[in-house]
Design a protein around this ligand. Structure first.
Ligand SMILES: [Ca+2]
Ligand SMILES: [Ca+2]
Length: 431
């Protein structure tokens, strides 16, 4: 499977802030994450038990909900083969589980030194404090990016700033001790690290390598757009930025069960995962959760999954596929495009928190998706007057029309109905 990546740091410097530590969960002995080579969703009879299902199929039910009528089985290579499936009396197609998904970082940056000395003199020289004790101020370096999506007007239109809205960030984890997130995280009892099978979704890795810092950056962008939203940090991607189908699907169910109203997926795969699509369908259709996914950074005439399936079909409502434009409304050179792409937001040189109390600038459709997720949180926090199922469609329809821009002509009708997120027009339409 081709791994894709949707965002990379290319600039970093220290941000000096008075720290405020989040209580970490303590305690349970580490367990090894369950990582079968294949997974497959099966229907189960209402009222059946997990033990009955496992006995029936001779395979572990790694996800199971009799009320919803499904289980996800973990299968070995042998079990997933034709004869193995017949022996288990399983009809259907198992899918590869391991490392199917990847954080959407820019592939072109891989294997290179991505740190560039940044000019952050203004931060400390002018005494600018961006986040202290949950108070918020715009990061000056993001001014143009946020003017592009009319964020200032949006904050006037939705002065609750996303309060009461839980946004799940399913990613490489989040630096839960970063001062940027003080007062903004869901209770630690709701956190989960599916990758390492523990309750601490803190990022692990080395600054500048792989996907380390990706989720922290994504969560920080959500909070810049919706400063009073609550972040639910869920770790499914490892230090290299890749992660399993099973963990992504488990995290989606987990987020729904803990009351997330918006789920951000700045990750993708070149192949459709039925298990992940079913989890998204449960979230959107059964639980009215809005799901956002990034389109990928390969400059391809196709977008990655699960974004690909968000334009129409079962998960079409209550979901958005998101690509990247620059602040001149040109398609970003890396951003994927396709008739199934619904919307874009700026995804170049977006500044956001990085692990260890740092700040970094990132590029990628990974940075665009959380602007959309944050915008949805603004609307939900204020209370929408339109049916929830129409909210994502209206966000796409109220965008700026990017096709007047000549440079986008090669991508006609492949950058969404209009193209560029316009938070002010969106909020005027739905509030
Ligand atoms: Ca952990
Ligand atoms: Ca959609």
């Amino acid at each position: 499977m081709v791994k894709r990546s949707h965002g990379v740091f290319f600039l970093l410097s220290a941000l000096l802030l008075a720290g405020c530590s989040q209580q970490r969960p303590t305690g349970t002995a580490p367990e090894a994450a369950v990582r079968p080579s294949h997974v497959m969703q099966v229907r189960v009879p209402v009222g059946s038990t997990r033990e009955q299902v496992e006995a029936m199929y001779g395979a572990p039910a790694l996800m199971f909900d009799a009320a919803e009528g499904y289980a996800v089985l973990g299968l070995s290579d042998a079990q997933a083969s034709g004869s193995g499936l017949r022996a288990l009396n399983l009809a259907g197609t198992p899918e590869s589980n391991l490392n199917a998904f990847s954080a959407d970082t820019m592939a072109t940056m891989q294997g290179r030194s991505v740190w560039i000395q940044g000019d952050f003199g203004t931060w400390t020289a002018e005494g600018r404090s961006v986040w202290i004790q949950g108070q918020y101020g715009l990061i000056p370096e993001n001014t143009t990016n946020f003017q592009t999506i009319r964020l200032e007007q949006a904050h006037s239109l939705a002065p609750k700033l996303g309060a009461g809205v839980k946004v799940a960030v399913i990613d490489t984890g989040v630096d839960v001790d970063h001062p940027a997130f003080a007062g903004s995280l869901a209770p630690a009892s709701e956190w989960r690290d599916f990758y390492a099978a523990d309750n601490n979704p803190d990022e692990e890795g080395v600054l500048g390598e792989g996907g380390y810092g990706h989720g922290t950056g994504v969560a920080g962008i959500v909070l810049q757009v919706a400063p009073k939203a609550t972040i639910l940090p869920l770790r499914v991607l490892g230090p290299d930025g890749s992660g399993d189908v099973l963990h992504v699907a488990q995290a989606i169910d987990w987020a729904v069960a803990r009351g997330a109203k918006v789920i951000n997926l700045s990750l993708g795969s070149t192949e459709r995962s039925a298990v992940v699509q079913e989890a998204i369908k449960r979230a959107t259709e059964k639980h009215n959760v809005l799901v956002v996914a990034s389109a990928g950074n390969d400059n391809r005439a196709s977008i990655s999954y699960p974004a690909y399936d968000m334009a129409a079909g079962p998960s079409g409502e209550r979901s958005l596929s998101v690509g990247s434009l620059d602040t001149s409304w040109n398609k970003s050179s890396f951003s994927n495009y396709h008739a199934n792409l619904e919307l874009n937001a700026p995804g170049e040189s977006v500044y956001s928190p990085a692990p260890d109390g740092m700040m970094a600038a990132w590029s990628g459709t990974s940075m665009s998706a959380p602007m959309v997720a944050g915008g949805l949180a603004l609307a939900l926090g204020q209370g929408v007057r339109v049916p929830l199922k129409d909210v994502t469609k209206k966000m796409a329809e109220t965008g700026f029309d990017v096709y007047n821009n000549g440079q986008n002509q090669p991508y006609k009708d492949k950058l969404g109905k209009k193209g560029l997120l316009n938070l002010a027009a969106f909020l005027r339409d739905v509030l």
